[in-house]
Design a protein around this ligand. Structure first.
Ligand code: SF4
Length: 653
């Protein structure tokens, strides 16, 4: 039987297990990436694991999430990251050089290679045939040390693209359409592999917009085959020698097939506050818009900003609206500037911003209270923009720009102004990349150019906590009962006032779950040990391991949820927290404040492979909870987490 493209790449990198869906497999990692908010923990753990040097083909450290400096803490973190990259042999992309996914795509992503990144949108370069997966920082640290990455073999789903996009419909609308159909849980446990005649009509930046937002579907990864357009893209960065022709076999079998006829699509928009609240733009047209933002790792490429610039040529941003453009990389900014497009946009009333994540996680450009913000980003979770009552819509650069001109949400097909009807700008590949991109990126410090050979730690950088091995008892108060779809932003908010403590777990943990209950951290500390209860899809969103590390630090022993998001569940194992699945009835019955006790000898049961556990509540009633864990995850849990396990192994020689 033939293989899917995903199976081919996994097969090439397989070090343990069989490619059977649901089975745990170990794969060799070629490249890693980390960003600044997860990177300090990656390198502190790399140090704690007593590794000497990066063992992967390539490791890259980016500084993109927090580049606006409020005080010394961020600068200290960036200096630490530079020193770690230099000390251990990684590439370092300086603050302001751009968003990790954009810069990685431009400089390092390569077809057929595996990439593991401590950021949930790591799958972005799937658009050029790289199998890229988001994971926790500890997994990155272990992979950089040469260890395999373990993951449940995903189901491979064929997303068959037919037809061609009509005018004004974009790659963003392809992924919004999939979110509309499948929801934010629709890709869990799956790799979405794009095939069909529609693929060749999409450029690499369009493909990466789609693979980027596969994360919003919960997918393990998303991938496109390679073709002439991939080769052309790599050639523009002087990297054509990295091209590999990659296709699924003609007789490959997929777990499922989804057909999207591109020619049926129209401009779509995700309403607040979930990326799957998708409707046609025309259904929400007419609402006044106070802010429009074009950029992010989803739509921050030169080719994403160019249509906005063309639409604004000779026009003006409405007086009702503030429009901000933040390209995804400094190289894209440079290109736009060299070609005169930056001046064109500025003349139209655009604020041109640094190439950074920034506003995507509420750092800068926070919307005014009770106002509508239209963004080309990938997420609109409530409060993520930096204000609790936000109203963030997600759309393409074309819809965002048309709405900025109109001052209200508008389907660009319906906008005509004093200058007449807008013409669809179309999608154009950059033509003058030579000299600006690739090896010429002066904001990347290569391992050879490093100026550091020792770690530099400022006062806000503390060592990582290590948990004791799992004991026989897991018991405690239900510290918090939560709903479905709790995000990692709920668990540890990523806003600047909080994120600045990311390298200091004791201080950061004070903000744990504060967006749901601001007494949580204090209560958890006082209780000394406790459990959390949640509905479906607990921990969706980012790969932020702080969302497991901080509850662990506060004494959370177990999370009882109806289901877990993949990366977060892996992080719970990695930090020694017992993730138990409960059914709907048990979820409905447990109340906050209830005493919960796992009746079995937990350490022994976990080690023995026991799947069902008895949970006693208030010494009054009992329910069954299940532990879905591989042998390796059980070993990790029993040791108190991955760091404890690896350290144990080191001490045993
Ligand atoms: Fe940055 Fe937002 Fe992309 Fe995350 S989703 S990498 S915060 S731009």
């Amino acid at each position: 039987m033939g293989q899917t493209l995903t199976e081919k790449i996994l097969d090439d990198h397989l070090v343990e297990g069989d490619l059977q869906p649901g089975e745990e497999i170990g794969i060799e990692i070629d490249q890693t990436l980390s960003q600044d908010t997860t990177g300090t923990m990656v390198w502190l753990q790399f140090e704690a694991l007593e590794m000497d040097e990066v063992q992967t083909e390539l490791a890259a450290q980016y500084c993109d999430h927090q580049t606006y400096q409020f005080d010394f803490k961020n600068t200290d973190d960036h200096r630490f990251l530079r020193s770690a990259a230099g000390t251990y042999g990684a590439y370092f992309s300086r603050p302001g050089n751009g968003i990790c996914h954009n810069v990685h795509k431009e400089n390092f992503a390569a077809p057929g290679k595996t990439l593991l990144g401590s950021d949930s949108h790591t799958p972005t370069p799937g658009g050029l045939g790289q199998l890229a997966i988001g994971a926790g920082g500890i997994d990155i640290a272990v992979a950089m040390g040469g260890g395999a990455y373990y993951v449940e073999m995903p189901e491979v789903v064929n997303v068959r693209l037919e037809g061609e996009l009509p005018e004004w419909a974009t790659a963003k609308d392809v992924i919004l359409e999939l979110l509309r159909r499948l929801s934010v849980k629709g890709g869990v446990g799956k790799v979405l592999e794009y095939t069909g005649p529609g693929v060749e009509s999409l450029s690499v930046p369009e493909r990466t917009t789609i693979t980027n937002m596969g994360t919003e579907l919960g997918a393990t990864s998303s991938i496109f085959p390679t073709d002439d357009r991939t080769e052309d893209w790599l050639a523009r960065f002087d990297r054509e020698d990295e091209f590999v022709d990659l296709q699924a076999d003609a007789d490959a079998e997929y777990a499922d097939e989804i057909v999207v006829d591109l020619s049926d699509l129209e401009p779509l928009i995700a309403e607040p506050s979930m990326p799957d609240n998708v409707v046609p733009v025309r259904e929400v047209a007419g609402q006044e818009v106070e802010q429009v933002m074009v950029g992010s790792c989803t739509n921050g490429a030169y080719e994403d900003v160019l249509p906005a610039a063309k639409m604004l040529e000779g026009r003006e941003v409405s007086k009702h609206t503030e429009m901000i453009v933040a390209p995804g990389s400094k190289q894209a900014s440079e290109m736009l500037a060299r070609e005169g497009w930056t001046a064109e946009m500025m003349a139209a009333g655009v604020n041109f911003s640094e190439a950074t994540c920034g506003a995507c996680i509420g750092i800068g450009h926070v919307p005014a209270s009770d106002s509508v913000s239209l963004r080309t980003f990938n997420r609109n979770f409530e409060g993520r923009s930096g204000i609790e009552d936000d109203s963030v819509y997600l759309c393409s650069p074309e819809v965002a720009t048309a709405s900025a001109i109109a001052g209200e949400i508008v389907d660009p097909r319906d906008l005509s102004d004093d200058l007449g009807d807008l013409e669809a700008p179309g999608f154009e590949m950059g033509t003058s990349y030579s000299g600006g991109y690739g090896a010429g990126d002066t904001d990347i410090i290569t391992p050879e150019e490093s100026i550091d050979d020792d770690l530099i730690k400022g006062p806000n950088i503390s060592s990582v906590p290590v948990k004791d091995p799992l004991g026989a008892d897991v018991r405690g108060e239900t510290l918090l009962k939560m709903q479905d779809n709790i995000t990692t932003d709920h668990i540890i908010p990523a806003t600047s006032d909080i994120l600045k403590f990311r390298s200091n777990i004791e201080r950061l943990s004070e903000f744990t779950l504060s967006r749901i209950d601001d007494t949580f951290a204090e209560r958890a500390k006082a209780a000394d040990s406790g459990v959390l209860v949640a509905g479906e899809n607990y921990g969706q969103g980012s790969s932020r391991e702080h969302a497991a590390m901080c509850p662990m630090f506060l004494g959370v022993e177990s999370v009882l949820a109806q289901s877990f998001a993949r990366i977060h569940k892996a992080n719970l194992f990695n930090f020694g927290i017992l993730p138990l699945n409960i059914d709907e009835e048990t979820y409905a019955r447990i109340e906050q404040g209830d005493d919960v006790e796992v009746v079995d000898d937990v350490a022994a049961a976990v080690a023995d492979g026991q799947e069902e556990f008895t949970v006693r509540v208030n010494d009054d009633w009992e329910a069954t909870a299940t532990l879905d864990a591989s042998e390796r995850e059980r070993r990790t849990l029993a040791a108190g987490g991955k760091l404890s396990l690896t350290k144990q192994r080191h001490s045993e020689g």
